[in-house]
Design a protein around this ligand. Structure first.
Ligand SMILES: *Cc1c(COP(=O)(O)O)cnc(C)c1O
Length: 411
């Protein structure tokens, strides 16, 4: 069978449900009613309204965390977390190079230094051994990213953080309701570290367009984050005081109302994603050179990563392009390049051209994180996943992957 990329007939011509169209979202009358009722109340601000406060309580009940702070995006959530750590200029925060830049930008915004650890070749998540080797007297925090919905080795990272006396931040933007180990009694990610950050951006499991949440059991960190999200203004005191450096990162009531309706659907979304990904992975187990994740409670399948460990870069790139042409959108490497190669960090394009706080202090040469570089440049392909896939959609995904594998990877 000729590949669609070479002019053959594609496996499917209908678009798959995706987070970019209504067929791949879970919006219904719950969200519509919530928005209308906020509008009719006349109060759209979370400072005086009730929706964001209720969302915080509900997310706390879902995760078991003592405190939840709502904010305007996942990047804002991570900025609140970094600001709560309160690094001095030049302090270091360890972070993986395969993630959204939203993990790294808050570190730079607080004039701290991102230190890139390497990743586990099986999952792409930050490698605890690499983290341990990078701890210095200036390390203030470790940021773990639960990549594609798979739990990083978060209990080991917590031990490392505790040994070093630093804060563990969990970036859970891709990992709602992910358990920290394959045991479904294990705690949820976001509750193992000191701070867990979530996103409500369009591409995530649940969305309100944009929005963010941070959870913590620490009342001091929670209060710092509330202040940082609201201009340093201690609203509950009744005074107009400005206690600390801060921004306005407030969530709006409309976002909170939609997020609350979405939250009621989250368990079902994650369960359906797990079930369909498990069926697709099982059906492809016999494809020798294709490595697929084990889908258990420690994976909430934001994306499905495929790894082609024996492929050349050319084969990997052609695989992704060919799969896309068959009607199954696929992205080679997830990122175009590891984050420390981006102009922001390579050319230090910040703060009036000064490059502060990096210039003359830290650079990021090729080869810094070789496992991450190899995943992005040579072996990793990501498929967006969706809770609304039908059995026909799953069958098309399986057929297309087999077809492309045979054409691209078998001599
Ligand atoms: C989406 C995402 C972010 C940023 O969230 P926004 O809401 O887009 O600001 C940060 N980290 C990871 C891992 C993400 O996937």
């Amino acid at each position: 069978m000729a590949l669609a990329i070479d002019g053959g007939t594609p496996v499917r011509s209908r678009e798959l449900p995706s987070v970019m169209n209504s067929a791949g979202r879970t919006f219904g009358s719950e969200e519509e009613d919530a928005v209308v009722s906020v509008l009719r109340s006349g109060m759209l601000s979370a400072v005086w309204g009730t929706e964001a406060k209720t969302l915080a309580r509900e997310f706390g009940a879902l995760t078991g965390a003592a405190h939840t702070v709502t904010c305007s995006s996942g990047t804002a959530a991570l900025h609140l977390a970094v600001a709560a750590v309160d690094p001095a200029p030049g302090d270091e925060i360890i972070v993986p190079p395969i993630t959204d830049m939203g993990s790294v930008l808050p570190i730079l915004a607080q004039n701290a230094i991102p230190v890139f650890a390497d990743v586990d070749p099986m999952t792409g998540c930050i490698d605890p051994a690499s983290v341990r080797s990078l701890i210095t007297g200036r390390t203030r925090a470790i940021m773990a990213v639960h990549l594609f919905g798979k739990a990083a080795d978060i209990h080991e990272l917590r031990r490392i953080a505790d040994d070093a006396g630093v804060v563990l931040i969990e970036d859970c933007a891709q990992a709602y309701l992910t358990h920290s180990s394959p045991d479904d009694e294990a705690p949820l990610v976001g509750t193992v570290g000191h701070l867990g950050c979530f996103s409500l951006q369009q591409s995530k499991h649940i969305t309100a367009g944009d929005g963010g949440l941070v959870i913590t059991d620490d009342p001091v960190l929670a209060e710092r984050m509330r202040l940082f999200a609201d201009k340093g203004w201690p609203r509950e005191s009744g005074q107009r005081a400005y206690l600390s450096f801060a921004l306005n990162y407030r969530m709006t009531e409309l976002v909170a109302a939609v997020a609350r309706a979405q939250l009621g659907k989250l368990a079902g979304v994650v369960e359906r994603r797990r079930d369909s990904a498990r069926r697709v992975c099982e059906a492809l187990r016999d494809v020798a050179g294709l490595r697929l994740p084990d889908i258990g409670p420690d994976h909430s399948v934001w994306y499905l990563p495929l790894m082609l460990d024996d492929a050349t870069r050319q084969q990997r790139d052609r695989f992704a392009d060919a799969l896309t042409a068959e009607g199954i959108p696929a992205k080679a490497g997830y990122l175009d390049r590891v984050l420390y190669v981006e102009p922001l960090l390579r050319d230090q394009t910040m703060y009036g051209g000064s490059g502060y706080p990096l210039r003359g202090v830290r650079d990021y040469p090729d080869g810094l994180a070789p496992v991450a570089e190899r995943l992005v440049s040579q072996s990793l392909i990501t498929l967006q996943w969706n809770e609304n896939y039908t059995s026909d959609d799953e069958a098309d995904i399986i057929t297309a992957i087999r077809k492309v594998y045979e054409a691209v990877m078998t001599p």
